[in-house]
Design a protein around this ligand. Structure first.
Ligand code: 2M8
Length: 456
């Protein structure tokens, strides 16, 4: 398929998933608005429909809690096929929750400042009137969100974000959460019916186990018992993890927030710069076993940090590679990091394409079909692709891009793909897959160096 045809097909996916207010992630599975999906979707729409991209973000931020939290789901109350739905979350227990719309009570990675910058940058109106006004309206909402993450979710002032639920990571069922989840004891019987089991063909092989799912739901029950009080949850919650992917995205998003401030001529960016500095100081301390010392870290990979057990979670998942997206890795570490990326993307193995599986295929916990435990996801590949470009690793980046394009051309815009066969899995007509393919086809300017040299 030619790239312009592929771009048009991707646009059609977004068109088909648009419901007048926002874009659903997939018609076969997710009927509501998901937070980081919407940011990815706005990136795709920024190439073809500025107005829609703006509406997408505005609708989401209209449901922002007054403490700054952007909920991970905004519910469409007409849709009854997804569990847990708005009534299950009982968000009115929190004084900060919106009254006009149902949302979940947890958050997701803050891709939005990045998406907002895309909207402005790709606006073809010579005056960029609408997109500039949009940035003016949205800047303080974005900042409030980041402030919430840098205070309520980072009392340590590390510049890194603590998640209280695996769903907040966006990588819901990754094996990295297993140990922390195993310590949680469900203290009362839960009565609910899983709806994800019936939503997808062959779901039994792909979705999380009942045990894991019960813990997910139980943790929502716990949040409700704390009335979503962040301070109390931070003191007492049984799951507290400084998350690599979340913190990496926030770091980039803070940089984009400063770019936005410059565009709208907002001078006071001191606080955002402070968040960036904190993250720069602590990223290795928290995410790189042995702290700063490159030579003492056996495999040179990044790992999530469990605040409760005070230990790194040393499982090789895509989180270990995503930090290349931040540009925080020193140049001397890049060759060894690149070796990982090449091996992981299957240069010597039986992987179908060079796109990176969500778990290292050589690990015993790699599962070919299971949700976030092995298959290839487009969004994490896109981050690593951009990271490689930042370091001038054009060939490695190109191989990943070609791998993704091949999967999409031959197996459709799916939620995820079998790393060995390329078979499309999970939701069909998946929005962020379409959006990020649009970006991989069209982007020549955002986060991509024009010279092949290192881009900051
Ligand atoms: C998946 O998460 C939701 C739970 O929030 C689900 O399993 O129902 C994840 O892949 C998440 O990252 C994504 O935002 C969501 C919608 O695409 O699906």
């Amino acid at each position: 398929m030619k790239l312009d045809q592929l771009f048009e097909s991707a646009k059609n996916v977004l068109q088909g998933n648009w419901n007048g207010s926002f874009t659903i992630p997939s018609p076969t599975l997710y009927p509501h608005q998901w937070s980081w999906d919407s940011a990815f979707i706005a990136i795709g729409n920024s190439y073809s429909n500025t107005e829609r991209a703006i509406k997408e973000i505005e609708f989401l931020f209209d449901a922002q809690w007054t403490n700054g939290m952007v909920p991970h789901i905004v519910f469409n109350d007409k849709e009854k096929t997804y569990f847990p739905a708005a009534d299950f979350y009982e968000i009115t227990r929190s004084p900060y929750a919106p009254k006009h719309i149902g949302t979940s009570g947890m958050t997701q990675p803050p891709m939005h400042a990045i998406a907002c910058y895309y909207i402005y940058h790709n606006d073809t109106d010579s005056q960029k009137t609408k997109s500039k006004q949009f940035l003016r309206n949205t800047y303080f909402k974005l900042k409030l969100f980041h402030k919430y993450l840098m205070t309520d979710r980072d009392p340590e002032k590390s510049g890194l974000v603590t998640i209280l639920h695996p769903w907040e990571s966006g990588l819901d069922d990754a094996p990295v959460w297993d140990h922390a989840l195993s310590k949680i004891k469900i203290e009362h019987v839960l009565k609910f019916q899983r709806l994800d089991v019936v939503a997808v063909d062959g779901a039994k092989n792909t979705i999380p186990s009942d045990d894991m799912y019960n813990k997910f739901i139980y943790m929502i029950e716990l949040m409700k018992q704390f009335n979503y009080d962040e301070k109390k949850m931070y003191e007492n919650f049984p799951f507290k993890i400084k998350a690599v992917i979340f913190s990496s995205i926030l770091y980039i998003a803070n940089k984009y927030l400063i770019k936005i401030a410059e565009i709208i001529e907002e001078k006071d960016t001191e606080e955002i710069r402070e968040w960036i500095t904190r993250c720069e100081k602590n990223f290795y301390k928290y995410f790189f076993p042995t702290g700063q010392k490159l030579e003492q870290n056996e495999d040179g990979l990044f790992y999530n940090y469990d605040i409760i057990s005070k230990d790194w979670i040393q499982k090789k998942t895509i989180s270990s590679l995503v930090p290349i997206y931040t540009g925080l890795i020193p140049n001397e570490q890049i060759p060894s990091f690149l070796k990982w990326i090449l091996r992981w993307s299957g240069t010597e193995g039986k992987n179908h394409t060079a796109a990176l599986p969500s778990v290292d295929v050589q690990e015993p916990y790699f599962k070919e079909f299971t949700y976030w435990r092995g298959p290839v996801w487009v969004n994490t590949n896109w981050m690593i692709y951009l990271g490689l470009l930042k370091y001038g690793q054009i060939d490695a980046a190109e191989r990943i891009k070609q791998g993704i394009l091949e999967l999409v051309c031959n197996h459709g815009f799916r939620e995820y793909y079998d790393a060995y066969t390329g078979e499309g899995l999970g939701g069909k007509s998946f929005s962020w897959t379409a959006s990020l393919v649009m970006d991989m086809i069209k982007n020549t300017g955002i986060g991509i160096p024009s010279t092949g040299g290192r881009y900051k």
